[in-house]
Write a protein that binds this ligand. Structure first.
Ligand code: CUA
Length: 189
């Protein structure tokens, strides 16, 4: 027993040193995370988004830009392509969106009930839809074909079933379809 004591003390010292090292590493990680939180918080507070567009949730369906007959894709007289859509529990309106490839497409969307969001396939088209606010961005689709557009903000029990589809058409085909000036849908013809 007496012979074991020194080596026991030595191994205990090794264990204590290892524990201390870990404590310093974990402490460093916590300090780093706190510093990142403080930095991003202060940074975003000092640099708010450049534009904020609000909309009255109570009248979204009744009047203005997001009435049902105005949803979908339009080709403006100036040649600009605009998509308007709404996210609500648990679907997007419209369910299928037609856009051209290789042309700038401006997407404008809002939500009526909870926070939703979407990403279109493997493109950079990705935004949140927040009740009371209009989300807008412009993107260009490089590839034709059909893309899936899932809701990517947890919005309730039906979240995982909330999908839309996006058909990316060759520019000529899109322009031929859009010539009537009507809202475009995925229905052929
Ligand atoms: Cu809508 Cu998740």
């Amino acid at each position: 027993m007496t012979a074991a004591a020194p080596s026991q003390n030595a191994s205990e010292a090794v264990a204590v040193a290892a524990e201390k090292r870990w404590a310093y590493i974990v402490g460093g990680i916590i300090v780093l995370l706190l510093a990142m939180m403080v930095f991003t918080g202060v940074h975003w507070a000092a640099m708010p988004p450049s534009r904020v567009e609000t909309i009255d949730v109570k009248t979204v369906h009744l009047k203005g830009e997001f009435v049902e007959s105005n949803l979908g894709t339009t080709l403006g007289a100036d040649g600009k392509v605009t998509v308007r859509l709404i996210g609500q529990q648990y679907s997007f309106v419209p369910q299928c969106i037609v856009v051209p490839a290789e042309m700038p497409v401006t997407i404008r969307g809002t939500a009526t009930d909870a926070i939703h969001g979407f990403i279109i396939g493997k493109t950079n088209a990705n935004t949140m839809l927040i009740p009371g606010f209009v989300a807008t961005f412009t993107t260009t689709f490089s590839k034709t074909g059909e893309q899936l557009m899932p809701c990517h903000e947890y919005c309730g029990t039906g979240h995982e079933a909330m999908w839309a589809r996006v058909q990316v058409l060759p520019p000529q085909e899109f322009l031929a379809k859009a010539r009537g000036g009507e809202r475009l849908s995925c229905v052929p013809g």
